[in-house]
Design a protein around this ligand. Sequence first.
Ligand SMILES: *[C@@H]1O[C@H](CO)[C@@H](O)[C@H](O)[C@H]1NC(C)=O
Ligand SMILES: *[C@@H]1O[C@H](CO)[C@@H](O)[C@H](O)[C@H]1NC(C)=O
Ligand SMILES: *[C@@H]1O[C@H](CO)[C@@H](O)[C@H](O)[C@H]1NC(C)=O
Ligand SMILES: *[C@@H]1O[C@H](CO)[C@@H](O)[C@H](O)[C@H]1NC(C)=O
Length: 457
Amino acid sequence: MLALSLKYLLIGLVCASIKAEFPNDPKPCNFGDTECIKKAINHFLHKKEGDNSINLSQVDPLTPNKIRISQGTDSPVNIDIVCTNNKIIGLSNAVVTKVTGFGEDLTNKHSIIYKVHGGVSLVGDYIISGKILILPIQGEGKNNLTLVDPTFRVEFSGTADEKNGDIYMKVTNFRLLIEPKSMIYKFDNLFNGDKALGDNMNKFLNENWKEIFNEVRDAMEKEFGLIIEKIVTNDPKPCNYGDTECIKKITSYYLSKKEGDNSINLSQVDPLIPNKIHINQGTDSPVNIDIVLTNNKIYGTSNAVVTKVTGFGKDLTKKHSITIQVPGAVSLLGDYVLSGKVLILPIQGEGKSNLTLVNTVFSIDFVGMADEKDGEVYMKLKNFHLHVDPQSFIFHFDNLFNGDKALGDNMNKFLNENWKEIFNELRASIEKEFGAVVDKVISQVYTKYPYAKYFNE
Ligand SMILES: *[C@@H]1O[C@H](CO)[C@@H](O)[C@H](O)[C@H]1NC(C)=O
Ligand SMILES: *[C@@H]1O[C@H](CO)[C@@H](O)[C@H](O)[C@H]1NC(C)=O
Ligand SMILES: *[C@@H]1O[C@H](CO)[C@@H](O)[C@H](O)[C@H]1NC(C)=O
Ligand SMILES: *[C@@H]1O[C@H](CO)[C@@H](O)[C@H](O)[C@H]1NC(C)=O
């Protein structure tokens, strides 16, 4: 998150100083004049709202995309944090204290040290789950993670990139080191709002900030690295055929764009809008019900992280697969009409429903079919399957039994206590209906360009 703004600053400054299109105030610096470069960076850093003259975007607050910090099971801090709608506040208080490099040979190593007096805070929505030492932690709400008096050391080397006779510096081997004096964690609403547990956990985190920060440091720096990649390339570069690591990243990136992306004909991702869903379970099933869901929307899919991709090679007719994890809730919200029997209990109702999948793995697979148009080959999808694997499932039907509250509450309770058995009965229908929406979204993407356009050679 922090590296991101630094990168903006760097690019702005570096392009400006090397291209000699520097604005009059401050004056352009000579190569290697690190004192001058220091002053120039400080000058721009303190312009919260950015500066068009060097194409510097807003510095404070910064609005990063989703941030995910995930620490492996072999670490004492085994947690998964996803921060969405976050802002990074306080970077305009940074002062550059040291600059090295920036000589005539731009391929040398360059470094900049920034100190911030006060806090740099990451403020927004979070979902956390996992364990710290032996303590389980989980929650979902507002976060404020503050680095106190941090020092940032940015290091990179350059490569020359010539465009229209001008030489620009491309930044490579970018590295960020973060050294805070301390760190203040504040997760609201931990443990579903249990105040005693939540206060204690925040206290524990703050008392052990150093050890915890050291454990999550690598993940943080890696995560910020990804953000930088997105910012710098603006739109991520297309991947090579079959480069599944690259395809994984780019797919995660697009999924985080709730409203979709016209450049690849990606329609809205969150909420997804399925057709009417009709789940009809036969009389020989223990869950013999008929549910019709209308005006439903599926919320939460933009929190998805792509964990595995296969296929997407040169031969589009092979099998392709994508595995996606969504931490937290994926909720199907809308109107329902329901009737039938669950085990031996009659159930009926009509009203609003909220069917929520919790911590879900979605696995998608399909084979491609070549579709030739005007001499170009497009990919159509066939044999599309979606498998849904939630950690749990939460049913909420309002107004069951014509609004009889006692009966309705009991039935919802019963459904939730037996979610696994019931979900297994409904799974095929749910997978078919969710699959249809996802199939449509992916298919649309591949109608935009011939298959080959999505990849480098
Ligand atoms: C300025 O930055 C925006 C993205 O923030 C980018 O789309 C645009 O191409 C940049 N302009 C120049 C001249 O670099
Ligand atoms: C975040 O926490 C820091 C440190 O406790 C505090 O100074 C800052 O005002 C908080 N920011 C917001 C937006 O609550
Ligand atoms: C739907 O249910 C889930 C799980 O109980 C809950 O987290 C979510 O807030 C609900 N959504 C709405 C809009 O009520
Ligand atoms: C893009 O998606 C829309 C539906 O959202 C579809 O009608 C259209 O044919 C697709 N293709 C292109 C090239 O825009």
